[in-house]
Ligand binder design. Structure first.
Ligand code: PEP
Ligand code: MN
Length: 360
């Protein structure tokens, strides 16, 4: 694993794509002053439709190697096939990333992992375009199995038909948070540029990621965003990056202020006690639901009853209003509780039917 330093997020910045040697030199020069770990630059660009700028390929790797040596700043580039791995290694890449359109494909991920056999370079794995945590974790596991010891994940949001947030991709924060729960030692970075698709929204999303315990950021930075050949709307200048970084607040998990830390722990104990009560109550609710299920079974009633469900939504909604709780949250929660109740009733019916069949 790459080491995680909670007080200093891992920073990656650089243009979406390499366009010219002067652009690369200019950006490397500016970024070398900002304390970032890697300069990111795409040289093979995965384009949704054919005919758009697809990157400068191996020629750009020469520029990257030169700039990297000149400014003492390692570079990271996207690899989507074994030939990319081979070329990037030949031109001294300091790390590689796997893009969202590659992580979706286990065959392709495996080809890349195979091409890395015996080479221990840091690999950053972006989430797949679809919100499937298993695919994301699976890709990371394929690299780990290939012997890669320095792995990290990058959250770049998920494709939706139209994102309600107005972002280019849906952040769907619970997915990266669940990945972190499953793989606590794996550094998790956020790419607010590809999430928002909008330079003016990047700072907010970057701060949110730090508030959610992310370990670093990848931010697209271009000397002249307006003229960028790819992702022009979401790139910021190195100057803007500097301002953004200065404005970020890095959050910790504990405070050296012993009084406040104790108060926090006391509040948590109360929350834990309430959670235990909630679970006890849920168990009781399910038990009573099963008794209702017996009656439904006996009388040939449906397990799910739309009128009843509407009643629950209405009543729980009113209760939520009473406490100033978000109605939408309560409805979603009850959707889950109600569905689980129905699942249990249906399971009960199957058991009843089985024992009836056995008795005959
Ligand atoms: C990129 O980082 O420029 C890129 C193509 O990313 P993603 O795979 O997240 O779309
Ligand atoms: Mn991009």
């Amino acid at each position: 694993m790459l080491t995680i330093n909670a007080s200093k997020p891992l920073l990656i910045a650089g243009p979406c794509s390499a366009e010219s040697q002067s652009q690369i030199m200019a950006v490397a020069h500016s970024l070398s002053q900002l304390g970032i770990s890697y300069m990111r630059v795409g040289v093979w660009k995965p384009r949704t439709r054919p005919g758009a700028f697809e990157g400068m390929g191996v020629k750009a790797l020469e520029w990257l190697q030169e700039a990297s040596l000149a400014y003492g700043l390692p570079y990271i580039t996207e690899v989507a096939e074994p030939a990319h791995v081979e070329a990037a290694l030949r031109y001294g890449a300091g790390a590689l990333w796997v893009g969202a359109r590659t992580t979706v494909n286990p065959f392709q991920v495996q080809h890349i992992a195979d091409a890395l056999a015996g080479i221990d370079i840091p690999i950053f794995v972006k989430n797949p375009v679809n919100p499937d945590i298993e695919l994301w974790q699976g890709a990371i596991e394929r690299f780990a199995k290939a012997g890669i010891t320095r792995l990290a994940a990058i959250h770049r949001g998920f494709t939706g038909y139209k994102t309600p947030s107005g972002y280019r991709n849906q952040p769907n924060w619970p997915i990266p948070m669940e990945l972190k729960r499953r793989m606590p030692a794996l550094p998790l970075l956020c790419d607010p540029s590809h999430i928002t698709g909008n330079a003016s929204l990047i700072a907010d999303v970057a701060q949110k990621a730090l508030d959610l315990h992310f370990d670093g950021l990848m931010i697209e930075t271009h000397p002249s965003p307006a003229t960028a050949l790819t992702d022009a709307a979401q790139q910021i200048t190195p100057q803007q990056l500097q301002t953004l970084l200065e404005g970020l607040q890095v959050k910790a998990e504990t405070t050296p202020n012993a009084v406040r830390q104790t108060q926090l722990e006391y509040l948590r104990q109360q929350v834990d006690a309430i959670d235990a009560e909630i679970i006890d109550l849920l168990a009781r609710r399910m038990e009573i639901g099963m008794q209702a299920g017996e009656i439904k079974y006996e009388c040939g009633l449906t397990a799910y009853q739309p009128t009843r469900w509407r009643e629950i939504v209405e009543e729980t909604g009113k209760r939520a209003d009473l406490h100033g709780l978000n109605r939408d949250f309560i409805t979603k929660l009850y959707e889950k509780i109600h569905l689980e109740g129905i699942r249990l009733q249906l399971a009960l019916w199957r058991t009843n039917a089985d024992s009836k069949a056995e008795a005959q």
